[in-house]
Design a protein around this ligand. Sequence first.
Ligand SMILES: NC(=O)c1ccc[n+]([C@@H]2O[C@H](COP(=O)([O-])OP(=O)(O)OC[C@H]3O[C@@H](n4cnc5c(N)ncnc54)[C@H](O)[C@@H]3O)[C@@H](O)[C@H]2O)c1
Ligand SMILES: [Zn+2]
Ligand SMILES: [Zn+2]
Length: 350
Amino acid sequence: MGTIPETMLAWTKMRPEEDGFELIEHPIPSPEAKEVLVKTLSTSICGTDLHIWKWDDWAKSEVPLGTITGHETCGYVVAVGSSVNSHKVGDFISVECHLADWDCPRCEEGNAHICENGSIFGVHSNGAFAPYFTILASSARHNPPGLEPRHASMQDPLGNAIHTLTGGPVKDSTIAIHGLGPIGLFAVDVALQMGASKIIAIDWDNQYRMDIARNLGADLVLGKDDDVQAAIFEATGGKGVDNSCEFSGSSAALANAIKTTRMGGYLNILGVYGSEPKVPINDIVFRYLHVKGINGRRMWATWDTMQELMVEGELKIHDVLTHRFPPNAFKTAIRLMLSGECGKVVLDFN
Ligand SMILES: NC(=O)c1ccc[n+]([C@@H]2O[C@H](COP(=O)([O-])OP(=O)(O)OC[C@H]3O[C@@H](n4cnc5c(N)ncnc54)[C@H](O)[C@@H]3O)[C@@H](O)[C@H]2O)c1
Ligand SMILES: [Zn+2]
Ligand SMILES: [Zn+2]
């Protein structure tokens, strides 16, 4: 593992404005009793990082200035806190960014991803756009042998996709994926692997991502030039799909999803909406839909499913993961994400 230096350069949100990031020298953090110190292998850029870059109202209310951001990450344990016996130096881990206390009623009922005292690594506290980070050992998930290290940081958004899809039936079922950002694209890939009978992938106007969905194997790809609702009914014998997943954060897409889920079908919503969406609520009632909000990943059921698929399945992660950059190209990478001409974008620290 080599010797651990005393300081590091880390991308830090310093100024309350768009961009506002600087490469700042920080001491290498020491792990607290229940933490591990990790040498970063790679950190992916998430839509959340774009909110922090733009410094919108959400970012202003959640992210303390001076925070090292970045939460989709993996790396090698290089030191362990005094009470950690679950991890040892050399372990290869990925971060579950929803930090939980494992002690509240939500954690006790198996919903640690919505812990009542939870916080988000790399948003509320220092994260991993940095060569080293500390993390609670309980949030440092061991990666199984056989998992491609260059894909290990991707498990946060891939897990979002799996958690959303599995809110309804997937095998032998018709699925609509609304929104083909990185998470929607991962969902297309996973639905195929899990044996969906038909996958309809819908974006607005991002041709780059619609092409990726086609290459992944979506049966039908729709965009703003199509009558999305009519096309979904036509493709499903007039019934609508068994399982609609909303990954766009657009209220128009949410309305399409509600209108085109079959009677008694499943609608799983991961998208986050800028303003209160106006939706056809009576369709939810009369179509007898099972509607579910999805947050984060189940600990650890989603991770178990995901790692089995990653090691034993034939996911085409490399098709969704379109760009890799060195850490000093952080700003170039963010600007590429803002352009939308990409799938998942990753910074390689080692
Ligand atoms: N709930 C959670 O835990 C959680 C976690 C991560 C991300 N999210 C949210 O999930 C969503 C997906 O994240 P991402 O990073 O993949 O998204 P993204 O913003 O990169 O992609 C969204 C895509 O939706 C497309 N789109 C826009 N309008 C559309 C419409 N009317 N119909 C269909 N597609 C449309 C856009 O062209 C874009 O390609 C976002 O809303 C994000 O905020 C939620
Ligand atoms: Zn993320
Ligand atoms: Zn809790």
